[in-house]
Design a protein around this ligand. Sequence first.
Ligand code: PFF
Length: 448
Amino acid sequence: MSDRETWTSRVGFILAAVGSAVGLGNIWSFPFQTASNGGAAFLVVYLCAVFLLGFPVMLGEFVIGRRSERNAVEAFRSLGFGEWSVVGGLAVVSSFVTLAFYSVVGGWVLSYIVGSVTGGYLGDAGAYFGAVSAGPIAVGAHAAFMALTIGIVALGVTDGIERATKLMVPAIFVLMGGLAVWVSTFEGAAAGYAYYLSPDVGVIADNIAGIVPPAVGQAFFTLSLGFGVMIAYSSYLGRDDSLPADGSAIVVVNTLVALIAGFVVFPVLFAIEGSVPDSGGAGTAFTALAGAFSQIPGGQLIGLGFFVVLLFAALSSSISLLEVPTAFVADRTGYDRTATAVGLGAFVALAGVPTALDTGILGWYNDIVFELLLPLAVLSLSLFVGWVADDQLAVELNLGSSFGSGFSTVWLWWIRIVIPVAIGGTLLLGIQSLLVKAGILAAPIVLG
Ligand code: PFF
């Protein structure tokens, strides 16, 4: 593997990882999940999940990737635990399923960029969403979004992924920051901030089962954990980088983008609509925001800025999702990267067609990822790191790190006990919720 690429710089790696983390999850789902799950109460639980559960698991993926210098599947064999490759296989499957519907939403974003230019959604936001979210337009836009994703991945790690994310991640910050400042001048913005930032502890206590699993799922999804992305990305990393320092930077920056997205979305919703929509369904973000943009002077321009940010965020994540299977197949077979990316990308694009035809099917893909594949992958990863792999992973964490060996000891015990308990619980609640939705269980048994 001597011809394996590496990041050209530490910043390149951090930006690529931030690019993967910052995505539709931060800007599209986070504010709307927060809105429909009690506002600030959800925010508190989410932040705890990000720092207490997400960060340690991210370090787990980093040590596996950097130690093995392999993709998500082969990493396990290379560390001497070939039978655990199935966990990497699960990650590849999860990234496939996720990309299949993620790119459909990416296609919606493309349609909303067009709509911002033509003014298409200004008259009737609901009708516009109906027209672009399912059917031939959605299929075409999904294909266009996948073509962009494939193009970047095919260029390679440094020329494609690193270069694209170096451009897109700073642009996301500047544009989102600008939008947040602009909307702060709206009359009525204060009510939005209040809903967003004043937690009501009673809401959490009354609805633990309703708030905790989505907050935990969202925390892992937003950090791109459980899909092998961070294993793949850290496998291109040098030994002198501090993994805890890089990981902290990635988690903090990713959280900031989600928080800033809230500072854009809540003032807009409260100033224009007077409240938040009570359902956080797939289309809410698009219809509620586009509806609000239609009523603001200059709204078309704000809309354009917002949807361009969303496109950059979605692309810098979708390329990481395609990188996981591409790295696996190219490493394994020695096939040319470009051909591999095109072939696999075309396959994912086909798998996404049903979700582009029917938002109900899209909801199913989404639920299967959030409630089953993701918690299962994170649970098995943490069991592997905590209980199966030997000391080599804790040793790897200390390389290049100034956090000291006390840090890696606490980390290891945290991964052994706290993470499996928390994720095991989330997985059970997730399976229960899938069974209820499928009509197999009439009502929740646990924490119903
Ligand atoms: N983190 C991305 C987001 O928040 O939109 C989504 C994602 C990308 C999840 C890559 C998982 C992944 F492997």
